[in-house]
Design a binder for this molecule. Structure first.
Ligand code: ADP
Ligand code: ZN
Length: 732
């Protein structure tokens, strides 16, 4: 017992030491700790960790600590190269074996393996199972196998790859060597299947939280897709954005439309020449290109860690796919956004597309599709829906998760839904009996009382319910009609000129009514555009001008070394450097995320950038920042806050607004603070006494902190917190 404990402590120290020295990280995350322990004790395991959860470290750290070979099986060559680059940057001995190597390079890697000098070898499944590779590895000795993207082995998963099935042979070829499967997306059924298919022995199972709290999810009606996408993209100038489309043609069409809006977007799909694809991936990784409009072929190999927004132009084919694709946003843990554009005709298009093949296969596809459709049309917190899909409970915090359209008040049930639904159905039925075919445009035109040519020429204005929605916008009514289509009350044919038809359910609903509640998405248009990078996410006290210079420095270096920018240093680390402004390489090494090798390699040139900036700008070096500082997100304007905005703009007193809204003054003060920070009014005069504002501002500047307690105390407790919060928002 005592011996075991001693060993564990020693192992713990060695692990912590390596983590600090090599990666510059302070501690392992709890689940990483457990997985690393299991790895070091030679166990088989299935590990499910959300994207950005830190899977790589789970197998890289043991390889470094033991200084023995870990073989990592990965399906994507681009991903291998990035990981190998990232490891070499921190001084770990790593290499990859795959079909992209020249014969000479391959020989070199094989020599490295044979010499026993390698800690991590990335290999594709095909290459691993070649007789020559197996023989080489047997001679060199393997400490463990890590199977990345392990869900690809399961036919129940969304990304089955037949070549993964062969991996079962590992257990026969290397008896007694531990095998660990890693994935970001696996339902409990897929988790079990991974263990069975890999032939794992007494596997430990580690399942991390699926929730990605730093992601804000929004589902938005796809009524004017290009405008929606442009709005989303423009919230993230100079940041990585991926727009996923269903087909190659769609990517090109959407990219062209964005370019017309002066957004530099590039289309990416499997039909492009390999060197073009490669160049786009590299441009994106090295931050020369920020917006990529792609099919799902883009992404697996790309882990630019600072992708700030992922847009789905079309419904994804499964929840697993959605989790995986949105997972590419915010891998660095900073706040990021996922926007899903949804309408019913996309579902029909997908259904048709997925209905080819074996009946079992088709049935499975349809089931997966229905799940995403249900997700998109539901009125449940998105974080909750996603977690529960993966078999995990998620308790929505009081007041909402704060990071999805549902909780932010971006969706709302239409009042008198039943009446609206019935009216649309009655009018559609009436048009059906009069015209030989009509599109959504005619139906909406009739309902909104349009006297356009296409209505009058066909006598459509004679239909029941002409102008029933007098004064409503076409957009809004179109969205209502689409909701009926989503729920199968109306159908739209899939012809060149799609035509509206009544469904059996729709006919029945006219007589019997329906419990369909139309949920309207309002979120996207309500979100104020971002003003500056620092506004949305930042480390307290960050020097924004320096951050930009550091990014330029990183871009140049990434280009020279032909590696993705994040491999050099992460955004969060650059932000901390921009906050601290270290004057020496030693000071740099203390910053989380730097580590020994990086500070040696990049230290001098980084410090030079910092010093030149400090001199030019006349700012101090080596500012102390508090360790516990977290990245603070500028509070987002929720629909609620926006509903008070007109009163704030009019300068109405807080108590007044509170009385007429029937809420407490404190609530209004909170919204006011958010509004002030976002909208930046010229003055606080309507709400805060001038003298108090001056004193509070002085105290906030003097304390130089985001914490209000010292400021409150400095002012002798005379100025209440809610007022201080508003002043701070104004000052910041
Ligand atoms: P995954 O493969 O699970 O998507 P990664 O291994 O790429 O995740 O890690 C995601 C991010 O988290 C990376 O930027 C990585 O450097 C960082 N990270 C991982 N583990 C830690 C840790 N213990 N402390 C700090 N940062 C970490
Ligand atoms: Zn929510």
């Amino acid at each position: 017992m005592a011996a075991v404990m001693v060993r564990e402590t020693v192992a713990g120290d060695v692990v912590a030491e390596a983590l600090r020295r090599v990666w510059g990280f302070e501690s392992l995350r709890p689940l990483q700790r457990e997985v690393v322990d299991a790895a070091l004790s030679g166990r088989d395991a299935v590990v499910v960790m959300p994207t950005g959860g830190g899977k790589s470290l789970c197998f890289q750290l043991p390889a470094v600590v033991e200084n023995r070979l870990t073989v990592v099986v990965s399906p994507l060559i681009a991903l291998m190269k990035d990981q190998v680059d990232a490891l070499r940057v921190v001084g770990v001995s790593a290499a990859a074996l795959n079909s992209s190597l020249e014969a000479e390079e391959e020989d070199e890697v094989r020599r490295l393996v044979a010499s026993g000098g390698l800690q991590l070898l990335y290999v594709s499944p095909e290459r691993l199972l070649q007789a020559s590779t197996l023989a080489l590895l047997r001679r060199a000795g393997v400490a463990r196998f890590a199977i990345d993207e392990a869900h690809c082995i399961s036919g129940w998963g969304h990304d089955f790859r037949p070549e993964y099935r062969q991996l079962r042979r590992i257990k026969d070829e290397f008896p007694g060597v531990s095998v660990m499967g890693f994935t970001a997306t696996a339902t409990p059924q897929v988790q079990r299947d991974i263990a069975i298919q890999l032939g794992l022995e007494r596997p430990r199972k580690f399942v991390g939280g699926f929730d990605r709290p730093n992601l804000t999810y929004r589902v938005v009606a796809k009524d004017d897709p290009v405008r929606r996408i442009a709005e989303a993209v423009q919230r993230y100038p100079d940041d990585g954005v991926i727009v996923y489309c269903l087909s190659r043609k769609d990517t090109e069409r959407v990219a062209a439309a964005l370019v017309a809006e002066r957004i530099e977007a590039v289309a990416y799909h499997a039909g492009l020449a390999p060197d073009v694809r490669k160049r786009i991936s590299e441009d994106f990784a090295q931050e020369r290109v920020h917006v990529v409009v792609a099919t799902v072929a883009f992404g697996m190999g790309i882990d630019r860690s600072n992708v700030r927004c992922v847009v789905h132009e079309c419904l994804p084919k499964s929840m697993e796919g959605y989790q995986q694709e949105t997972g590419r946003a915010g891998r660095d843990g900073l706040p990021s956004e996922c926007v899903l554009l949804y309408n019913g005709s996309d579902t029909m298009r997908l259904r048709r597309l997925l209905s080819d093949g074996e009946p079992d296969f088709v049935a499975q596809n349809m089931r997966l599709l229905e799940e995403v459709q249900r997700f998109a049309t539901s009125h449940v917190c998105r974080h909750k829906s996603l977690s529960e899909h993966f078999g995990q409970e998620y308790e929505v915090p009081e007041g909402g998760c704060g990071a999805c359209d549902v909780c932010l008040g971006g969706t709302k049930a239409l009042e008198e839904s039943a009446k609206v639904v019935r009216q649309i159905l009655v009018t559609a039925a009436s048009l059906c009996s009069r015209l030989r075919g009509f599109g959504v445009g005619v139906l909406v035109g009739v309902l909104t009382g349009s006297r356009a040519k296409n209505i009058l020429a066909r006598g459509a204005e004679q239909a029941d319910g002409f102008d029933a929605f007098h004064g409503e916008s076409r957009d809004r009514v179109t969205a209502w009609v689409h909701r009926l289509v989503d729920h199968g009350l109306l159908e739209i044919t899939d012809d060149e000129y799609p035509v509206v038809r009544m469904s059996a359910d729709g006919k029945r609903a006219i007589d019997e009514g329906t419990d369909l509640v139309i949920v309207e998405n309002t979120a996207l248009t309500l979100v104020a555009p971002r003003r500056s990078r620092a506004g949305s996410y930042s480390v307290e006290g960050m020097d924004e001008a320096l951050f930009e210079k550091l990014r330029q420095w990183r871009r140049k270096l990434a280009q020279e070394r032909q590696v993705p920018a994040y491999v050099i240093l992460h955004d969060a680390t650059l932000m901390r450097i921009a906050a601290v402004r270290p004057s020496s390489v030693a000071g740099l090494q203390d910053i989380p995320g730097v580590g020994e090798k990086r500070s040696q390699d990049f230290g001098p040139s980084l410090v030079a950038v910092v010093q030149a900036h400090a001199e030019a700008a006349g700012v101090a070096l080596d500012t102390a920042i508090d360790e516990a500082q977290v990245v603070r997100q500028k509070p987002e304007m929720t629909a609620k806050t926006l509903s008070y905005a007109p009163y704030f703009r009019a300068g109405r007193p807080v108590q007044d607004i509170a009385d007429s809204a029937g809420v407490t003054a404190n609530t209004i003060w909170q919204h006011l603070a958010v509004w002030v920070e976002n909208e930046r009014p010229d003055s606080l005069a309507p709400w805060v006494d001038e003298q108090i504002e001056r004193r509070a501002t002085e105290a906030i500047r003097k304390e130089q902190t985001d914490r209000l307690k010292p400021v409150f105390e400095e002012l002798g407790g005379e100025v209440p917190y809610e007022v201080l919060r508003v002043v701070r928002a104004f000052v910041s």
